[in-house]
Write a protein that binds this ligand. Structure first.
Ligand code: PLP
Ligand code: COI
Length: 362
């Protein structure tokens, strides 16, 4: 997997400056010294795999992605284990999802070994960038875009695949233990037949007015309802959602083609089943959510994703009024599932499902 040419950055950040950045990296603002890169051209396939100094990627103004948004991405994290090793969590699941997104956006698939190899090669080059503060990790952002210089509307004949790495702390400002969410009644995220199940940049661009509305209502995130009936809870702007009930069961919206198939979502379902909990994937209506919260049948709700990890939802606000879940703070089951997941990711508990992918020296 290590057939990536390496051209070390001659101007790496100094150790002192790096230590200062890693003391409080926040999310998505600090970047490492290098990036991985692979080119694709019709007829030639994937070629020119390398790790180089991180820097601007000059673009012709007619580059296709700037006009028609043929772009996809992934999000994954690397953790430092107690024995000093760096480990990824289910990276082949990200590789497979990347290819499903590629297919939906009429882009070429990247061999899974190359996807994981690119992330490994970058992490090897930037091993010194792992923050040591509590809860920190290196967030990896593999992405691919249409790089052909052409204004015709058609799948590009050329693509650039890149991976950048961002040492990160908590996703939530202030390290929120329970978040508030805004129910968007004006905007939907994805319609049947659309791109909701793909991780393409356009989905996130289209979610921004709804997210701005959430912020204007004092909320941390937005939750979208289905585009057909405007009734069923789908997911948050960048996270899946779960509900925990007083009978010990948990539920999450079923994958319907409009929801992103989260790797955290899938992992939590398995961990909950390991505990003997009943897990359902089924539609859940917003009115039901409100009624169940009021009756106490719903005990907890939580958001989950790579960036956000697992976070309780304390309050739901909407044009039809607000409601609180439980006491509005972190839920017990939520915290337990989160602790279990994080312990596996960070190598402090056994990994019964073989999810941890340790990165060797080369
Ligand atoms: N849903 C959306 C829209 C997302 O952007 C993400 C984040 O990647 C998720 C769900 C959670 O997916 P995962 O757990 O694979 O990070
Ligand atoms: C991730 O969790 O990896 C995402 O891509 C979500 C985004 C909101 C940061």
């Amino acid at each position: 997997m290590s057939d990536f040419a390496f051209a070390p950055n001659p101007n790496c950040v100094t150790p002192d400056a790096r230590a200062a950045l890693l003391a409080d990296p926040g999310f998505g603002r600090v970047f490492t010294d290098h990036m991985a890169m692979i080119r694709y051209a019709d007829g030639k396939g994937w070629h020119d795999a390398k790790v180089v100094a991180r820097g601007p990627i000059p673009m012709d103004p007619a580059t296709a992605v700037l006009h028609y948004a043929q772009e996809i991405f992934e999000g994954m994290k690397a953790y430092r284990h107690p024995d000093g090793a760096t480990a990824l969590f289910r990276p082949f699941a990200n590789a497979a999802r990347f290819n499903r997104s590629a297919t939906r956006l009429a882009m070429p698939e990247l061999p899974e070994e190359m996807f994981v190899g690119s992330v490994e090669a970058l992490l090897r080059a930037d091993a010194d960038w792992m923050p040591s503060i509590d809860g920190a990790s290196i967030y990896l952002r593999p992405f691919m875009f249409a790089s052909e210089v052409f204004l015709g509307v058609k799948p590009s004949a050329e693509y650039l695949y890149l991976v950048i790495a961002s040492p990160s702390g908590n996703y939530w400002k202030g390290g929120a233990r329970a978040i508030s969410i805004w129910v968007s009644d004006q905007y939907t995220r994805a319609a049947p037949g659309g791109t909701g199940a793909a991780k393409c940049g356009g989905n996130y661009a289209a979610s921004l007015p709804a997210m701005a509305e959430a912020t204007a209502h004092g909320c941390d995130q937005v939750v979208f309802l289905d585009a057909v009936e405007r009734r069923y809870v789908e997911e948050l702007g960048g996270m899946n959602v779960f509900f925990a009930f007083d009978d010990g069961s948990i539920a999450t919206p079923a994958l319907s083609g409009t929801i992103l198939e989260g790797i955290t979502r899938d992992s939590l379902m398995m961990l909950a089943r390991d505990e003997g909990l009943t897990v359902r994937e089924e539609p859940y209506a917003i009115d039901q959510w409100r009624a169940d919260a009021a009756s106490g049948h719903l005990r907890e709700a939580f958001a989950c994703g790579t960036a956000a990890v697992v976070t309780s939802i304390g309050e739901v606000r909407s044009a039809n009024g607000n409601f609180t879940i439980g006491a509005g703070g972190p839920g017990q089951l939520t915290e337990r599932l989160k602790d279990r997941l994080v312990a596996i990711q960070r190598g402090t508990q056994a990994d019964p499902h073989g999810w941890v992918h340790r990165i060797g020296p080369n």
